[in-house]
Write a protein that binds this ligand. Sequence first.
Ligand SMILES: NC(=O)c1ccc[n+]([C@@H]2O[C@H](COP(=O)([O-])OP(=O)(O)OC[C@H]3O[C@@H](n4cnc5c(N)ncnc54)[C@H](O)[C@@H]3O)[C@@H](O)[C@H]2O)c1
Length: 259
Amino acid sequence: MRMKDKIGIVTAAASGMGRAGAVRFASEGASVAVVDIDADGVHAVVAEIEKAGGKAIGLPGDLTDDAFSRGIVAETARAFGGLDFVWAHAGHPGPSRLEDMDLDVFDLAVNLNIRSMTLTTGAALPEMRKRGGGAMLYTASTGGLRGSPRSPIYSAMKFGVVGFARSLAKRVAHENIRANVICPGGVDTPMLRQFIARPDQDSTKGKDIEALVKSRRNEYPMGRPAEPEEIASAALFLLSDEASYVSGAALTVDGAMIA
Ligand SMILES: NC(=O)c1ccc[n+]([C@@H]2O[C@H](COP(=O)([O-])OP(=O)(O)OC[C@H]3O[C@@H](n4cnc5c(N)ncnc54)[C@H](O)[C@@H]3O)[C@@H](O)[C@H]2O)c1
């Protein structure tokens, strides 16, 4: 059991990588708070964890709500008695176009990529201090490490996530709190489709999304995007005590995409 008796939060955990992480961490002994706006999805993940003998609570809600992004920490600590780790995984592709950009979509992306995880972190640190340490994990992207011509705005935000995590890692290292970032390339989830089918991306307008997903497989060195469970495995390592001296890292899990 690599996460025995740990207590943690996973955001955007009703689907994709977040779901895979919540299920995996619980199977390794953690008590997990499953956070997502999709209430049915949250309850399904909690049920899946409990059916397998694990411990979870569901916290359905909107992470663009500041009080909710902060409040998930107190709710988790109340339910399980403390907090050891957070995977702040929620994000958003943002607009593709720079010309006549949709500012509402821009603001939504800032909220989900940057603002929410910052607020959750601010609430989480005091709880981790009470336990003598902890581990934060953020989700950036390969687009947070190198330029992304299809998504300059997303890339700017994910560079921000990397910068935040690295800065935090230095700030709290003496308190035994670690902070790392995971940088996936493409992962086979609904968000991959959301990226490809952004309404302001002229090149994919009106096209069959599943056909596009398939046709882009040759862009991956391994000939396929990652499965969510492959990202969850790396997240498990970074959040577990096995990574006790890993902090400030931006770990690519991209099948050699940006090697
Ligand atoms: N899928 C990819 O190819 C890929 C690649 C690199 C990085 N990422 C990053 O991974 C993260 C999520 O990706 P995924 O592929 O696991 O996603 P996904 O599409 O499988 O799931 C996203 C989840 O976020 C939830 N969500 C959306 N808006 C929310 C809100 N306002 N409040 C709370 N929850 C909300 C959705 O309900 C959904 O369950 C993001 O940070 C994204 O930038 C994804």
